[in-house]
Design a protein around this ligand. Structure first.
Ligand code: NAD
Length: 454
């Protein structure tokens, strides 16, 4: 029996011990989910829809409780945490419309009828990271359950509390026992077993690129279906003709939200040389005003990092004596605090500029023209997100088509809506979550020909 002590990142104090599942318990849960699949897949579309709407309503009723739990477990600002719990309810409501709309096609063929069906896959293994425990879980289990699959979900070791609560709320909503199973445990035990167990028909993984590659390799043994959402090093590209005031005011939130522990963080700011000095002046004022404080306060814009380990990792990118352009403020004392930090690297070989920091550190670099901006933005192994600031609509269209990333915003930094697709180019991932097409990732297309000549 092993257990993990949850630590509150705001004050480094223990919160509670969580039992970590071993291999045997993981197998029991997977087999339970496999048995439940046989009946869940046959629940009528209307009834499955009703159950998902009920689940959404109960999550909504518990919004404040779930949000407070995330502040305690993950140090998320209370404002963000309420949005995150709300996002789970929204995703469930959105996909509750799916069971009655899982259309196949009727394709004209000679001598008969040809129909395609969208069949559920079976047990889906969802592996969740610690940076957004609620939304990332929901993006997997919402469409998975709607399509008639059952789910085994492993939260990150550091942040299981909201997932455990969501599992209880699902039962309260009437989702049958065995359909939605939360299994807290280690990646090397529970996560690995999801990959190797033949009853798990698909893995939905969000996390680091290195673990994603390892999982991809493991899935190949059974040609297991796989969706990957991995790291990012997104560019915030600011052209000289942009609304510089607006771009500068939004830039801190675009990278320091969730203390930079966001795969969509715009952690590379590329500014056209003609407005570089003006931008930096405005940006400095905005960074210094960015409120990094106790995440339970309504005014908080940023809280602590998730763990002592993560704090160490971030510190390695900004070692003692490193050249820092300017920094914002952060509380001192207990808790895993690191202030918003702005670097101005000499070139693109700088480690903090190239690698994903997953902390509140941003690198700013000037560029000359459109071609230069696109070249610098695409010079990365990642391609998840990014922003383009320009008043020239032609340029905004050209640049947004040329940047190799799955989620871009023009004159805005918002990248996530539950009804639009989300996912990465290059080593940022494989497949897409959310939006109208997510159900394709949780179903097989079956083609059946009916001979009408006999
Ligand atoms: P991680 O890859 O270490 O862990 C993610 C999850 O995988 C955890 O639940 C962990 O227990 C599990 N895991 C670890 N080893 C495993 C194994 N061998 N087999 C199966 N499961 C295993 O990442 P992390 O430290 O939790 O999260 C931070 C990273 O995730 C960052 O690099 C970030 O960019 C990335 N991330 C990407 C997205 C996205 O949507 N693209 C979202 C969030 C986080």
């Amino acid at each position: 029996m092993s257990a993990y002590t949850i630590i509150n990142p705001t004050n480094a104090k223990p919160v509670q011990d969580i039992h970590l599942a071993d291999l045997f318990e993981t197998d029991v849960a997977i087999e339970k989910a496999d048995r439940a699949f046989q009946s869940w897949r046959h629940v009528s579309p209307g009834d499955r829809a009703k159950l998902l709407r009920k689940f959404a309503a109960i999550v909504e009723e518990h919004n404040e409780e779930l949000a407070q739990l995330e502040v305690l477990n993950s140090g998320h600002t209370i404002g963000n945490a309420r949005w995150e719990a709300g996002n789970v309810a929204n995703v469930l409501n959105y996909y509750s419309a799916a069971p009655e709309r899982l259309f196949g096609r009727q394709i004209p063929v000679p001598n008969g009828i040809d129909i395609t069906f969208k069949e559920p896959l079976g047990v889906i293994g969802i592996i969740v990271p610690w940076n957004f425990p609620m939304p990332i879980a929901g993006w997997g289990f919402g469409p998975a359950l709607a399509a008639g699959n059952t789910v085994v979900l492993k939260p990150a070791e550091l942040t299981p509390l909201t997932a455990i609560r969501l599992g209880e709320l699902a039962l309260e909503a009437g989702i049958p026992e065995g359909v939605f199973n939360i299994i807290p445990g280690k990646g090397s035990v529970v996560g690995e077993r999801f990959v190797s167990h033949p009853a798990v028909r698909k893995i939905v993984f969000t996390g680091s690129t290195s673990v994603g590659k390892h999982i991809m390799q493991g899935c190949s043994a059974q040609v297991k279906r796989l969706t990957l959402e991995l790291g990012g090093k997104s560019a915030n590209i600011i052209f000289g003709d942009a609304d510089i005031e607006k771009a500068a005011a939004g830039a801190p939130g675009a990278v320091f939200d969730n203390a930079g522990q966001d795969c969509c963080a715009r952690s590379r700011i590329l500014v056209q040389r003609s407005v570089y000095d003006r931008f930096m002046e405005l940006f400095e004022t905005a960074v210094k005003a960015f409120r990094c404080e106790d995440p339970a306060l309504e005014t908080a814009e940023m809280g602590p990092l998730i763990s002592a380990t993560q704090l160490e990792r971030v510190r390695e990118f900004v070692p003692e004596g490193a050249e820092i352009a300017f920094q914002g403020n952060a509380p001192t004392g207990d808790g895993y605090w690191f202030p918003p930090t702005v670097l101005t690297p000499k070139n693109t070989e700088d480690r903090a500029y190239r690698e994903e920091v997953f902390g509140p550190v941003v690198s700013v670099l000037p560029f000359t023209d459109e071609e230069d901006a696109i070249k610098i933005a695409n010079d990365s192994e990642y391609g998840l997100s990014g922003s383009i600031w320009s008043r020239d609509i032609g340029r905004a269209v050209r640049v947004s088509r040329a940047v190799e990333a799955g989620n871009l915003s023009v004159n805005s930094n918002s990248s996530v809506r539950y009804w639009t697709p989300f996912g990465g180019y290059k080593q940022s991932g494989l497949g897409r979550e959310l939006g109208p097409d997510a159900l394709d990732a949780f179903t097989e297309t079956k083609n059946v020909f009916f001979d009408t000549q006999n």
